[in-house]
Every structure is written in structure tokens, then in C-alpha cells.
Design a protein. Structure first.
Length: 71
């Protein structure tokens, strides 16, 4: 039988990077969308911050409903 290819530390680091990347994608896409509909830079900044917050909330929710083992 073959053991896991990642150590626990590597798995935690990869999981954290995935979560941070997901939050950044959600936040930046909200700001870019605000710019595409010809919003001001202030509006784009506000939407980026709100998108980052919503992305973080989504990651927390998904982390809560999915077991840490991923099974």
C-alpha cells in the first residue's frame, strides 16, 4: 500500500494557498467587474474589498461543511 505523497505541513500550506488564491480571485473579479460597468475607482475599490470579504466568508463556510480530510 502506498502512503500519502504530502506531509501534513505540506498539505496545510497547499490548502492555505488555495484558500488565499480563491479569496483573491473573488475580490479582484468584483473590482474588475465594477470597472467594466464604468464605475469610478472608488467604487471599484469598495467592490474589491466587499468581494474579498465575501470570498473569505465563502471559504470559511466551505471549510466548515467539508471535512478536513476532504472525504
Amino acid at each position: 500500500m502506498v502512503g500519502p505523497s504530502y506531509t501534513d505541513d505540506e498539505r496545510r500550506t497547499a490548502s492555505l494557498r488555495l484558500k488565499v488564491g480563491f479569496v483573491l480571485v473573488v475580490g479582484v473579479s468584483a473590482g474588475i467587474t465594477a470597472l467594466q460597468v464604468q464605475g469610478s475607482l472608488l467604487q471599484a475599490g469598495v467592490f474589491t474589498v466587499v468581494g474579498l470579504l465575501l470570498g473569505w466568508i465563502l471559504v470559511v463556510y466551505l471549510s466548515h461543511i467539508v471535512p478536513s480530510t476532504g472525504r
